[in-house]
Design a protein around this ligand. Structure first.
Ligand code: SAM
Ligand code: SF4
Length: 337
């Protein structure tokens, strides 16, 4: 993986009807997880998908290879928890060797990744997004319904030691961890990292029980009350509005996932753990790439199916959601965030 090389695309780039070029692919390699975050899934977990319906790594590799030949230059591996899936590091190593991919990122809860940080660094991981909703060990147990606080702290320390670009993701829940906004933000005061606060979205594996979240503007107000004015940075294509704060080594981000203020510049596709291609976080999935691969589709056929889905992409998350209004929301673990 060479971030600077020139690479000749094998296929024309993927461009949607609104002129947005798709360059970023998020892959949920599993729907399973070793935690049970309250905003993501119920205590008993989501009904986990049987193994045969989960896309295999060799099937995923074929799809990523076709996409990297059509302008996808950045991949994020997510889940569920990616590190609960066997064979993840081998898959990482294989896609890291694909010519067209310039960046491979990971999103993780941090409980298992510490064992692999050295190897990930050697393989050239571009960055890690580490979920951390609290700085308090007891509250960690309340939010995630599991143990693992020490391991997450270890992963954080090791990523810093190895100099891997780090982003902290914190979902803010009213009355649960909104009192930690300041403490979490201070991690970016001390370290050259991004701390990103995320509005809770209605993806918790349940039909109901979703109350209006602690909004992006409330988060910003809370931060400005403590740190003074936040200075917006220009970072097009990102879901996070980034801010610099005088005296901070790092940056603060706010992700208005519920308010959806970033659709205009969205450049991302998603593949779920069952191999469904999604062109929007809020849609129900466009095509079943796994079945196409299993039915023997060649690369040209895969490319054609992907372009077909891209040609029908919705304008924004509100339009996509309208089509799925009365269907129970999936868990974020099934979609990959
Ligand atoms: N297990 C990994 C983790 O927690 O980082 C990767 C998968 S998780 C689904 C990806 C991201 O989605 C995490 O940062 C998590 O906090 C976020 N997330 C999960 N459910 C969410 C929800 N209902 N609203 C907003 N963000 C959510
Ligand atoms: Fe697991 Fe990540 Fe969902 Fe938490 S947010 S339950 S760690 S998939």
């Amino acid at each position: 993986m060479d971030e600077t090389q020139n690479f000749r695309l094998k296929y024309p780039p993927l461009i949607d009807p609104f002129g947005r070029k798709l360059t970023y692919l998020r892959i949920a390699v599993t729907d399973r997880c070793n935690l049970r975050c309250t905003y993501c899934m119920p205590e008993e977990g989501v009904p986990f998908i049987p193994h045969e319906r989960i896309i295999r790594f060799e099937e995923l590799y074929r799809i990523v290879a076709v996409m990297s030949g059509s302008g996808i230059s950045k991949v994020r591996i997510t889940g569920g928890e990616p590190f609960v899936r066997k064979g993840l590091m081998e898959f990482f190593e294989r896609i890291a060797a694909l010519d067209g991919l310039r960046q491979i990122h990971l999103t993780t809860n941090g409980v298992l990744i510490h064992q692999y940080i050295g190897k990930l660094k050697r393989l050239g991981v571009s960055g890690i997004n580490l979920s951390m909703d609290t700085l308090n060990a007891e509250k960690f147990k309340t939010i995630t319904r599991r143990e693992g606080w020490e391991e997450v702290q270890k992963s954080f320390r090791l990523a810093m030691e190895y100099g891997i670009p780090l982003k902290i993701n914190s979902v803010i829940q009213r009355g649960i961890n909104d009192d930690e906004i300041e403490g979490l933000a201070r991690l970016a005061e001390e370290h050259p990292i991004q701390v990103r606060f995320i509005e809770q979205m209605p993806f918790n594996g349940l039909i109901k029980e979703f109350r209006k979240p602690f909004t992006a503007s409330e988060i910003k107000e809370r931060l400005e009350n403590v740190f003074g004015e936040l200075y917006p940075e220009n970072n097009p294509g990102s879901t996070a509005q980034l801010f610099s704060v005088p005296g901070f080594a790092g940056k603060i981000g706010i992700i208005a996932g519920y308010s959806r203020t970033f659709c205009d510049s969205c450049n991302r596709l998603r593949i779920t753990s069952t191999g469904i291609l999604k062109t929007c976080l809020y849609d129900r999935g466009s095509i079943d790439l796994k079945t196409l691969v299993r039915d023997g589709a060649d690369d040209a056929r895969l490319y054609e199916a992907i372009t077909h889905a891209v040609a029908k992409r919705h304008k924004d998350g509100f339009e996509a959601e309208e089509m799925t209004m009365n269907i129970p929301k999936q868990s974020m673990a099934q979609i990959g965030g």
